[in-house]
Design a protein around this ligand. Structure first.
Ligand code: DHK
Length: 145
């Protein structure tokens, strides 16, 4: 049986569409999920969002046991959550860190990710539609394992 790809989203991403649309666009998280499922085709997806660091850690542990790959937008946790960083280190498969916005064009506090040094690849600044490319790329990376 094909292990699912986990698409995990961090804090405030549940507000996509209403949240700073000049930065994150008008696409809602539900629309992002639909795009991801379309891009995944027959590949099973687990698509989740949480504002809780501990819940995201628990889901990464779940993925380590049951998942093939992770596409994660840690959102604000990107810059200070060693708990999520340490959890990602335990994941045996490919991980893509994803950000809707180009964090390097934003304030200094958005420039240093704790995750980038422990993931397979980083995708930044493609907008919400970039999740589709993220799914295609994580599928490729998983298939190459
Ligand atoms: C999303 C957030 O919520 C921010 O905290 C990050 C990221 C950027 C994004 O662009 O998807 O800094």
């Amino acid at each position: 049986m094909t292990k699912p790809i986990y698409v995990l989203n961090g804090p405030n991403l549940n507000r996509l569409g209403k949240r700073e649309p000049e930065i994150y666009g008008s696409t809602t998280l539900s629309e992002v999920e639909a795009m991801c499922r379309d891009a995944a085709g027959d590949w099973p997806l687990v698509f989740r969002q949480s504002n809780s660091e501990s819940e995201l850690v628990e889901w990464i542990h779940e993925a380590a046991d049951d998942g093939a790959g992770i596409l994660i937008n840690p959102a604000a946790f990107t810059f200070y959550s060693m708990a999520i960083m340490d959890a990602l280190k335990m994941f045996p498969g490919p991980v893509i860190e994803f950000h809707i916005s180009n964090v390097h064009k934003r304030e200094e506090m958005y420039h240093r990710s704790l995750m980038s040094g422990v993931v397979t690849a980083v995708m930044i600044g493609l907008g919400a539609r970039g999740y589709q490319a993220g799914i295609h790329e994580i599928k490729r990376l998983v298939s190459e394992v």
